[in-house]
Design a protein around this ligand. Structure first.
Ligand SMILES: Cc1ncc(COP(=O)(O)O)c(C=O)c1O
Length: 377
């Protein structure tokens, strides 16, 4: 099978550990294991655990803790996966047949669109609109979602815009999908990383063809654990478990235990509070920088996530800008093209603030050099 290259992941996989200033990340500074597990007794328990195969759909304890994040869900509604990416993968793989149509929110993390095309589906974009603060135009749903639609794939909170859908937008998407019996796949991996601390409402509930995916990589600052999950009806979760047998079989013993520690309610609150503190500490400097460069960038402030999405004035080519910044200035950011929208770039601000300042200084140099270049042409 020919697959569509996953440009964003290739870009990050190849360069993130080679550049001097990586501001391509969408999460916040990761926790260490000792920060996550500060008490010696729990740490010892984790070290002493025999490395058997784990419960392959996730331990009962971990699945119950995940279920607490979805009103009315129980452990039966949850399948633990290797990252949110595996959750998205098996969900798409299990649903898409050649000739299907999917409606896919754009701009977006392009995994589900790339997979669906590779599996032979047609992808119709559901655009987030800058003039609607990166919300959707509800009126477009009836034109896009029809009898041929197999799946409607949403990312909420949105990567890359950081916007959060309103209740009426969520309800309109579910109603349009339900009308034609389409599935809704809601990637909610940034849920919990809201600036105002109000947890984004999940798409979960109300319609039995909803799958919600998420994990510990973003709001929980634990990407290295590779813990994700999918929440759905018990019947669909059972089916997806069968697909999971063909991918990673199960989580690792250590990640299952560490993920249960992270989602223990008090620990979970502590982690999400830390994430929010990082967002509130780091974003103002980036926002001020973008506002002081309004001649070069447009920007709608994010509501969630350590990512800022900025439009390039004059329709500048984002891939060329990202490539030149990497090569000449040692700065890695993400070209909008890799998130499905040209002439935008994504800044990650969840890392070290000094590092971000330095990267912005290099971008200033690049902008200055480009201005000189375009004047001397
Ligand atoms: C929207 C979205 N979904 C899924 C993933 C993959 O997450 P994970 O690290 O949990 O596999 C990412 C990573 O950037 C993402 O932005």
């Amino acid at each position: 099978m020919q697959i569509q290259p996953f440009e964003l992941e290739r870009w990050q996989s190849v360069w993130e550990n080679k550049v001097e200033l990586n501001i391509s990340e969408s999460g916040v500074r990761p926790l260490t294991t000792s920060e996550l597990v500060p008490d010696a007794a729990t740490l010892q328990k984790i070290i002493d655990v025999p490395q058997y195969y784990p419960q392959t759909n996730g331990s009962e304890e971990l699945r119950s803790r995940i279920a607490e994040l979805y009103p009315g869900a129980t452990a039966e509604n949850v399948l633990v996966t290797c990252g949110g990416s595996e959750a998205n993968f098996i969900s798409t793989w299990s649903l898409i047949e050649p000739g299907d149509e999917i409606v896919f929110m754009m701009p977006n993390y392009m995994q589900v669109a790339g997979l669906a095309r590779s599996f032979g589906a047609t992808v119709k974009p559901l655009w987030l609109r800058e003039e609607l603060q990166w919300g959707i135009n509800i009126g477009e749903l009836s034109r896009l979602i029809g009898p041929k639609t197999k799946l409607v794939a949403i990312c909420n909170p949105s990567n890359p815009t950081g916007s959060v859908l309103r209740k009426d937008e969520r309800e309109a998407i579910v109603a349009a999908a339900e009308k034609v019996g389409a599935w809704v796949l809601a990637d909610e991996v940034y849920r919990g990383a809201e600036f105002d601390g109000a947890m984004t409402s999940s798409f979960w509930g109300g319609y039995d063809r909803i799958l919600c995916t998420a994990g510990l990589s973003k709001a929980y600052s634990l990407p290295g654990l590779r813990t994700g999950w999918v929440v759905g009806s018990p019947k669909m979760v059972e089916k997806l478990w069968g697909y999971h047998d063909y991918t990673s079989i199960g989580p690792s013993m250590l990640t299952d235990l560490l993920a249960s520690v992270a989602l223990e309610p008090r620990r979970r609150a502590w982690i999400l509070n830390r994430t929010r503190e990082i967002l509130l500490r780091n974003y103002p400097a980036l926002r001020a920088w973008l506002e002081s460069h309004a001649d070069s960038f447009s920007h709608v402030p994010p509501k969630a996530g350590a990512i800022a999405w900025a439009g390039l004035s004059g329709g500048r080519n984002s891939a060329q800008m990202a490539e030149e910044l990497r090569e000449k200035k040692g700065v890695l950011l993400v070209a909008g093209e890799q998130l499905g929208m040209e002439s935008f770039v994504r800044f990650g601000f969840g890392g070290d603030p000094g590092h971000l300042q330095k990267a912005l200084g290099r971008i200033d140099e690049w902008l200055q050099e480009n201005r000189v270049r375009s004047h001397t042409r």
